[in-house]
Design a binder for this molecule. Structure first.
Ligand code: ZN
Ligand code: ZN
Ligand code: ZN
Length: 100
């Protein structure tokens, strides 16, 4: 893999919430979850109504997310817009709440 320098700074994080933090607050559904590898924020993907993972990136500029629902292990850099290889995979805190 090449091109992304940000992946070198990812941390081992503890997911802050079991599902999308913002969706859980307002009782909204999501499709898939994304985990921020900078701070442990859990947000929903761009197919979800809330797009909270992307919103979190725009708010914080934390560049690297991990596919988290189910744990998929792949990484994505918002700044380089490429898939990146993560050093490890975050274990799910589960069970992940679902509305459907
Ligand atoms: Zn990058
Ligand atoms: Zn959400
Ligand atoms: Zn973050």
């Amino acid at each position: 893999m090449s091109g992304c320098k940000h992946v070198a700074s990812v941390r081992s994080v503890t997911p802050r919430t079991l599902g999308c933090e913002e969706c859980l607050e307002i009782g909204q559904e999501w499709v898939h979850l994304r985990l921020c590898r900078e701070c442990g924020h859990v947000g929903c993907c761009d197919q979800s109504i809330g797009k909270h993972a992307t919103a979190h990136f725009h708010a914080t500029r934390h560049p690297i997310i991990e596919g988290y629902d189910p744990p998929e292990g792949w990484g994505w850099c918002y700044l380089d817009e490429i898939m990146v290889e993560l050093p490890d995979q975050t274990p799910q805190r589960g069970p992940i709440p679902h509305y459907y």
